[in-house]
Design a protein. Sequence first.
Length: 110
Amino acid sequence: MPYIIGPACIDELDGACVDSCPVDCIYEGIRKRYIQPVECIECGACLPACPVDAITSGPDPAEAEWAEDNERFFITVLPGREAPLGSPGGASDVDPIGADTELVAARDRP
């Protein structure tokens, strides 16, 4: 199972995880980052780099909502976009997406 980024990342866009990812599969929304599940090679390099321990792996039932949300970022048409992001082949070739999933957008700001 690819790694996912959970709710601790909301409004915490440090970027250390992005710098540590050897395959460039961590994409930026407005308030949160998302791991492209097809591009992730499950190496774990992002885990120790995350300053808020927002990245997890494995089938944890408590994280199911966030695993689905992470995938939704890539397969649905996000607000302000004309098509799903899909698998662009690397986040550095894509500007910050400028949108988040409904789950993230609905979260209260701290």
